[in-house]
Design a protein around this ligand. Structure first.
Ligand code: ADE
Ligand code: ZN
Length: 341
């Protein structure tokens, strides 16, 4: 047990760069919203919900994730969901978040795009004022739906460029190569959205390479399997392309057999700009600091590596260079305070 490292994890300013807001829906809130919105769920109690969260792969999780979010109907629902997450991670010393949302999973159910966006962004604006947390919003296209539907989401997003920073790609990875979405990513880039994608989570290093070459992504979400290919690894290291890894998520979805098999340490050793994130914390049972504690404990990280991960979270963000430097200085200041130097 290294008390200073745990104090660093608890107290260093950190950014979260891989977080699905719908994946923060806690069972208590899910059941309360189901009741107020009169939505039928196959669960009666919080214990029923938690007991269902046993996953053998990504698809097992996605099925329950889409079911759970069916309770989200009104702007207030999206506001409450987002605010609950922000309040919670404020205690983890999170100072910046770049969060994903999945509009097609809501518009498909008849919820207006603006209902979703207004609820999320009013909570983000309130968090900036009340908690000093800055944010950027990334709209994900759902990979299991056809590209035409992604174009419809993009058309909606184009009306709100002031509030949507980037586009991402999530949902089922196996059997659906990134190039399936080449057209919509090209259009999104032309419209000024910054592209990222979930690749190399269950899929291969080839998916990572294709997303870099064809979708021209600026950050790799997960990217675990990039490390299977020395050429892809070298390219990510040379270009310092950030990776947003999610250790507890990988473990809970059986992408790795145990937390000690997390690729975070190998990525650090290979000189990659790797970050640690929570993905869908309510479903996987760990928020941001739980993920830092997990890699610290199971990978035997040093204090220096813990500090590096916190710094990487800002270095890998889409903040401006000046904003990044401000956050890095705050980390150095906090390290000195904790070390008593
Ligand atoms: N949607 C929410 N979480 C996801 C994940 N880990 N992978 C792919 N799609 C997701
Ligand atoms: Zn994710």
């Amino acid at each position: 047990m290294n008390d200073l490292s745990y104090a660093l994890i608890d107290n260093l300013p950190k950014a979260e760069l891989h977080l699905h807001i719908e994946g923060t829906l806690e069972p208590e809130m899910m059941l309360a919203m189901a009741k107020r919105n009169k939505v039928e769920l196959p669960y009666k109690t919080v214990e029923d919900v938690r007991a269902a969260y046993q996953f053998d792969c990504l698809q097992d999780f996605l099925d329950l994730y889409y079911l759970g979010m069916s309770v989200l109907l009104t702007e207030k629902d999206f506001y409450d969901l987002t605010w609950a997450y922000l309040e919670r991670v404020h205690a983890d010393r999170l100072t910046h978040v770049e969060l994903f949302f999945d509009p097609q999973a809501h518009t498909d159910r008849g919820v207006a795009f603006e209902t979703v966006l207004d609820g999320i962004t009013s909570a983000l604006e309130y968090a900036k004022r009340e908690l000093g947390i800055t944010s950027k919003l990334i709209m994900c296209f759902l990979r299991h739906l056809p590209e035409e539907q992604a174009f419809e989401a993009l058309e909606c997003a184009c009306k709100h460029k002031d509030r949507i920073f980037g586009v991402g790609l999530d949902s089922t990875e196996n059997g659906i190569p990134p190039s399936t979405f080449a057209g919509v990513f090209e259009a999104a880039r032309r419209e000024g959205f910054t592209p990222v994608a979930h690749v190399g989570e269950e899929g291969t290093a080839e998916n990572v390479r294709e997303a870099l070459d064809v979708l021209k992504i600026e950050r790799v979400d997960h990217g675990n399997h990039a490390l299977d290919d020395p050429m892809v690894t070298k390219r990510l290291a040379d270009q310092q392309t950030p990776l947003t890894m999610c250790p507890i998520s990988n473990w809970r979805l059986k992408g790795i057999p145990s937390l000690s098999a997390s690729p975070v340490k190998r990525a650090l050793d290979a000189g990659l700009l790797v970050t640690v994130n929570s993905d869908d914390p309510s479903y996987f049972g760990g928020y941001l600091n739980d993920n830092y504690r997990a890699v610290f404990k199971h990978l035997g990280l040093t204090e220096t590596e813990v500090i590096q991960l916190a710094k990487n979270s800002f270095a890998g963000s889409f903040l401006s260079d000046g904003e990044k430097q401000e956050q890095l200085d705050r980390i150095d200041h906090q390290v000195n305070t904790l070390r008593g130097t």
